[in-house]
Design a protein around this ligand. Sequence first.
Ligand SMILES: Cc1cc2nc3c(=O)[nH]c(=O)nc-3n(C[C@H](O)[C@H](O)[C@H](O)COP(=O)(O)OP(=O)(O)OC[C@H]3O[C@@H](n4cnc5c(N)ncnc54)[C@H](O)[C@@H]3O)c2cc1C
Length: 260
Amino acid sequence: MGRLVPDPTAAPATTWQSATVERVAVETYRAKTFTLRLAEPSPFRAGQHYDVRLTAPDGYQAQRSYSIASAPDDFGRIDLTVELIPDGEVSPYFHEVVEPGDLLEVRGPIGGPFTWTPDLAGPLLLLAGGSGIVPLKSILMHRGLASPDTPALLLYSARGPEDIIYRKFLDSAGRRNPSVAVRCALTRRQPPGWIGYDRRVDPAMLRECIDELMTMHGNDSVPLSYACGPTGFVEAAADALLSIGVDEATIRTERFGPTQ
Ligand SMILES: Cc1cc2nc3c(=O)[nH]c(=O)nc-3n(C[C@H](O)[C@H](O)[C@H](O)COP(=O)(O)OP(=O)(O)OC[C@H]3O[C@@H](n4cnc5c(N)ncnc54)[C@H](O)[C@@H]3O)c2cc1C
């Protein structure tokens, strides 16, 4: 655990800096987490991301954004979780080449609206599609450390059980704390005896989640909603929230790319 005060000498978010890969952890058959030690750390907010730039020997460069998976409380280190897009340019490099000890070029932290700080309180309705779970894990972890009484319900939509990223973390987050509920929608493959949702996010599902969150919370405060994942998921989730009367001003979204 490190300091949280802003460091005036820290590199601005627009400056590229080097980061050392300290650890690589396999999350699923197509997601790995890379722990990076930053050369010039800056404080960040849960929900922000870093840009990563790769440079080929001939000078060709490719740049992509990756959300921070870890909590802001671990100063100087960030976790990035990268899902493999098999025909992609950057994510296969992470999966096939990057290993502990490597240096990467990064800049950040970046991102404003899709962030959560304890002063925003809650309750929190967190909606994740696929790798959209990444920044929501950071928000959940920070909530647990800085504001453990803030109620949160995470609804995670994945294709099948083998696609669930951070399974251990999510299992224990939901079990340990009465203020946190984790619900899962498996849209394509459900294990025998599955009692979670077996369909894509829709208005009825979100109504149930909000009702559950309000029951946990015990009062009428309007939840803050964060939806993150592939463009199609985020649009469906935001439309569903609006269709059941959720105020647009309480919905924050982050789109990672094409529809799943
Ligand atoms: C703010 C922000 C935060 C992000 N955070 C994360 C993160 O935490 N983890 C993570 O894995 N990704 C994240 N992404 C997506 C990431 O930036 C890349 O787009 C992704 O890794 C694909 O890059 P690539 O070079 O491998 O594929 P590309 O070469 O860019 O694309 C190859 C093919 O895959 C398709 N494709 C591209 N992106 C996706 C996608 N996300 N889903 C499905 N198909 C896709 C393209 O249309 C193309 O057909 C984030 C994106 C944004 C904008």
